[in-house]
Every structure is written in structure tokens, then in C-alpha cells.
Design a protein around this ligand. Sequence first.
Ligand code: SF4
Length: 439
Amino acid sequence: MALSGIQIYKMLPQTNCKECGFPTCLAFAMKLAAKQVELSACPYVTEESKKQLAESAAPPVRLITLKAGTEVKAGNEVVMFRHEKTFYNKPGLFLRLKASDADLAKKAAAADAYKVNYVGMDFTLDGFAIEADGDLSAAVKTVRGVSKRPLILISNDPAALDKALSQLAGETALIYAADPSKYETLADTAAKHKAVLTVRGDSLEALADLTPKIQAKGVEDMVLDLGGKTLGEWLTLSTQARRLALKSNFKPLGYPVIFFAGQNGPEKEPVYAAQAISKYAGFVVLDTFTPELAYALLVLRENIYTDPQKPIQVQPGIYEINAPKPESPVLVTTNFSITYFSVANEVEGSGLPAWLVVTDAEGMSVLTAWAAGKFDAERIAKAVKEFNLAEKVSKKRIVLPGHVAVLSGELEEELSGWEIRVGPREAVDLPAFMKQALN
Ligand code: SF4
């Protein structure tokens, strides 16, 4: 049973020292009761209180980690909506491969090698789900020959799962799936190999009935397959399961969820996968791998699983694009990642050399930073001086983003001896501007 804020408060030191970041112990206790902070934020909780608070401090959705050469974590979430705090562990994207597929090695190798850079971050798929009617061992060996990523093993044959897990010593794989008819055997297999066990049920009630029985057999790490055939059913089931876990601290459903996005055909797969990523999958199994689909889903996932209160940023500094020379033009922008990459990619793609001064605007885009007073003449001038730009260039000329043309007069005063030019409003127009106006 979850403890109330007042009950938690009684177990805290009650000194109001503020080290946890809250003005009072009561405020911290309320946040802890709402699962919005970690108990470890208070360094003064006694060991006895820690034990009593363990249940309140435990995440409502259990953290599950699949391990091989890489790791995939799912669960440990504490909010329904990302704007309330943040989502922590991105759902793992797995590609389902049939053990009988003659091109198994080729398909696995292609998906394993896929890597794409998005605003400075490298994205890949997370692992493979290998499915067989019977024996899995040959397919596991084949996939392991080309990939070290975590595996999900799918088979109706418990003996085949047991045999395949024996090949994966030292790894943590996910096996699929326990239902009322064979949960005891699969629970024993999962316990024996320290594997994670998927639990499948026709309803939330059936799942809630099964997970405590599996737990009683010594398996703590589980993943839920909620069923559901349509987008509407998926959304309803996943929202109900998440709400029960978070809002009612209902432990039998406090596990990450797995979705099979391709079950209604390849045409619908992107939409099903996108919804699963958004609401609230821990693992998404795809039947199709194409770079276009993978890229769209990975970017969507990144956007949903970034902290909405912390913009993604690049390091302020001077970036050299296309090996600039002292006479090459100087551009300036902010350190919001998307802004930086919009500018850098356009200039890089044009082949034109340039120096790009990236100012510390606390991760805001040009107009937002200007409106917030984080991108003004003083800050730009400070960056130019701090990064010793004058020593790198022979032509003291700097190009402002067109949206902040209003800063040109002030910047002239701040940077005496520099020519201030107003560039285009959009990054896409920079190459033409550089060719026409800066020669
Ligand atoms: S750090 Fe602990 S003792 Fe200090 S205010 Fe926070 S909860 Fe209270």
C-alpha cells in the first residue's frame, strides 16, 4: 500500500535543510508520495526509514534491463505525460526475424549495421526478436554471428526457449510468452537463466492474476503483452495499465509493456509503432526494417524521451565548416541543437567554408533566446572575444541571423572594428546569401 505524503514526512528528518532541493521536508515528502523524486535526494534518511520507505521509493513501473553487447532499459517511469516531468527509458526497438528465413543473417546484419546521426546523436535499432515454431538455437547462433545486440526469443516450445537461453550465458534476454497454460514451466526457465519473462493475457484482469503467481515462483523481471488488435484497443489497454501502476501503485501491472507493431500488416506498422512509442511501450517489435521507417521512429522516440524542460544543446564555441580560411565568412547562431544543425548542415551541404560562432543561449533557438534576453549584442560580442575569433580571421565581418537584425546597431558598438551584416532569416537561404552577398 502506498504511503501518503504525511506518513512519509513522519519518517524524514524534519530539519528543513533544503539539500534535496525543496524548501521543506513536507514538500519533499509530497513529491516522493507522487513518485516525482527519488528518496536518494535526501542524504539524511535513516536506514530504518529507508527500509520502510522502500515501497514508496520503488518505481511504479519496474526497471527491466536486457543485456548483451549493449543494453536496453525499459520502465522506471513515474509520469503519465512527459510535460509533468520526463520519460526516462526509451522503448527498445527490436526487429522480428523468423528462424526459418533463408536471409536471416543478411537481414540481421543490415539492421545491425544501421546507424543514423540526428542533431549530433547516433541512433541505431536496439536488438532482435527471433521467432521459431520449434528450435531456436540455429537462428540464435546465426544472429549472434552478426550482432551483439540484446535478444527477444519467441517460441511456443518451452524446451526450445530453454535451449536457446543456454547459448546466451552472461546475457539477459527476454522470452515470449507465459500464459495461464504454461506459465509455471516458463517461470522456471526464466528463473534458471535469469531471463526476463513476457506475460501474455486476454485482459488486464488476467495479467494481474498471473504476474503475482510468476513472482511467487521467483521471477521478478517481467514484461506485459496486453493484447489488443486495433490502435484504439492498444491505447486503452496501455493507458489503463500505466494509470493503474502509477496512480494506484498497482504492482501486478507495474511492468513495462511490449507491442508487436507489424501485426496488422506492413502498411499500418509505422502508425502502430509510433503510437506504441508515444503511449507507453517499453519494447516495440517491428516486422519491417527500412532506413526510412527506422529513422522516423528513432527521431520520434528521441523527441518524446527528451526532458521537455531541458533543451538539447551543443557546446558553445567556434565550429569550423568546410575547412575555413582566415578570409572565410563568420556566421553566428545559438546553441540550441536543432538551430545549430540547421545552420551547420546547410552550410556544410553547400561546400562553402565558414566559421560558425555558437553562443551560449541556454539551449534556446534564435528568436526565443532573443526574446528571453539570452541572445543579445553583449553575449555575441562576449563569445567573439572569449573564443579569440579575431586571431583566426583576417576579415572582421560577422553575419547575424536575419531574425535578429535589430541587434546590428548594438553589436557594431560592442564589436568595434567589425563589420556587421544581416543574413537571411532561414538557414536554408544561407548558401545563396553567402555566394551573393559575401564576395
Ligand atoms: S534534504 Fe532531507 S532533511 Fe533536508 S529538507 Fe530535504 S527531506 Fe528534509
